[in-house]
Design a protein around this ligand. Structure first.
Ligand SMILES: NC(=O)c1ccc[n+]([C@@H]2O[C@H](COP(=O)([O-])OP(=O)(O)OC[C@H]3O[C@@H](n4cnc5c(N)ncnc54)[C@H](O)[C@@H]3O)[C@@H](O)[C@H]2O)c1
Ligand SMILES: [Zn+2]
Length: 357
């Protein structure tokens, strides 16, 4: 069993990483000394695979479980879904001490987290992430949100969980595409923070793709350790935390321009990371060899590295500069200066955005 602590004073919490954790959810909950009624939030797919395992563990430990199953898909990460969860929580008479448990991928984690942050002004939140992306990214760091017609993730809060349980066994049922999507975020941590971790990934990528548990555990631990360090220094994204958005400026644009249907998040981020590396090389910031290594590792992970042929540089510029789609904050580019180190550029002039031609 591996453990990473997110150190945030009174709001510190452990991330446990290992096999067989989900079947011990109830025991882990006992350590938190929370109320006996719990709202267990999951999605249809995850409920069929793992709902009983988590629920049985909770019941064995004396918890009264209200199960809330939402449909799968980003389009259900909405206030409407959150309202249904509030209704269930009120019907079950959950009080301030009763926890919300998010069992699923990032979509479930974000909505359930939003409900935990806002129901009765905040109840304990436990994350049991079941996708690789959720285990290394969305369950850690306290960003919870739902989408709004004006944009993704723009109704939300910073609200840390009390506990994260990343069970390696659940990754076996993940569609290969979702596994690769998680690898994109793992590669991201190497580029933004640790040249050693990036080199380790170059050596161990094959084992990760084959779901070797020791390698997965090591990669998830290091990813969570890096995210924890960033979040500890800048919980509410006043500065440093923006580096976690490496690859995401172009990535979000690609997701939006293709209607959130053609690419999963990690695939769009993969394209965005390579685009940002190319831009950094063109600006004289990044050595050609480091740029090639980033592109090569992303490609070996089975992720896309080129912009889709029907999205032009002009489409992107239109998106960034004219459509004012950047609702939250300013246009930010995170560019690598080397593998293991990035710089944040805000409001880059349009003529410097020449990473495509
Ligand atoms: N809060 C944050 O800091 C943060 C960070 C990154 C991403 N996110 C959010 O996370 C979401 C993406 O999360 P995701 O990539 O986990 O996608 P997801 O939650 O949509 O899950 C992907 C698919 O995998 C299925 N699934 C989940 N676990 C499974 C398992 N063990 N076996 C088989 N199938 C399984 C789900 O039912 C779903 O169909 C986005 O909404 C994104 O905005 C949030
Ligand atoms: Zn991401």
């Amino acid at each position: 069993m591996r453990q990473v602590t997110v150190n945030l004073g009174l709001r510190s919490y452990p991330i446990w990483i290992g096999a067989g954790l989900m079947a011990r959810t109830g025991a882990y909950l006992d350590n938190l000394a929370v109320g006996r009624k719990v709202l267990l939030v999951t999605s249809h797919t995850v409920q069929k695979l793992y709902g009983a395992m988590a629920e049985d563990s909770l019941r064995r430990h004396g918890y009264r479980v209200t199960l809330a199953v939402m449909p799968d898909g980003e389009e259900y990460k909405t206030l409407a879904t959150a309202e249904q969860l509030y209704d269930l929580a009120f019907a079950a008479e959950l009080d301030r001490r009763c926890p919300v448990i998010a069992l699923g991928g990032g979509v479930v984690g974000d909505v359930a987290g939003f409900v935990a942050a806002t129901y009765l002004r905040g109840v304990p939140l436990v994350q049991v992430p079941t996708t690789l992306l959720a285990q290394v990214d969305s369950s850690v760091g306290g960003k919870v949100a739902v989408n709004h017609p004006k944009g993704k993730n723009i109704i939300g809060a910073f609200y840390q969980p009390r506990l994260v349980l990343a069970d390696l066994d659940v990754l076996g049922s993940l569609p290969p595409r979702e596994l690769r999507g998680g690898l994109a975020e793992i590669i991201k941590y190497g580029v933004i923070w640790s040249r050693d971790f990036f080199s380790w990934l170059e050596i161990n990528l094959g084992r990760l793709l084959q779901l070797d548990q020791e390698s997965l555990a090591a990669a998830i631990e290091e990813s969570c350790r890096i995210k924890a360090q960033v979040v500890e220094q800048d919980e509410t994204e006043q500065g440093l935390r923006a580096i976690l958005n490496y690859g995401h400026t172009v990535g979000h644009a690609i997701e939006a321009l293709t209607g959130y249907r053609r690419f999963i998040h990690g695939e769009a981020v993969a394209v965005g990371m390579v685009a940002a590396a190319r831009l950094a090389q063109k600006k004289g910031l990044l050595a050609a060899d480091d740029c090639s290594r980033i592109k090569a590792l992303v490609a070996r992970a089975g992720l896309p590295v080129e912009l889709p042929s029907d999205i032009t540089a002009d489409d992107l510029k239109e998106f960034f500069y004219r459509d004012k789609k950047v609702v939250e904050g300013r246009l930010t580019f995170v560019l690598p200066a080397a593998i293991g180190q990035v710089d944040v550029f805000r409001d880059l002039p349009e003529e410097e955005l020449n990473f495509i031609e």
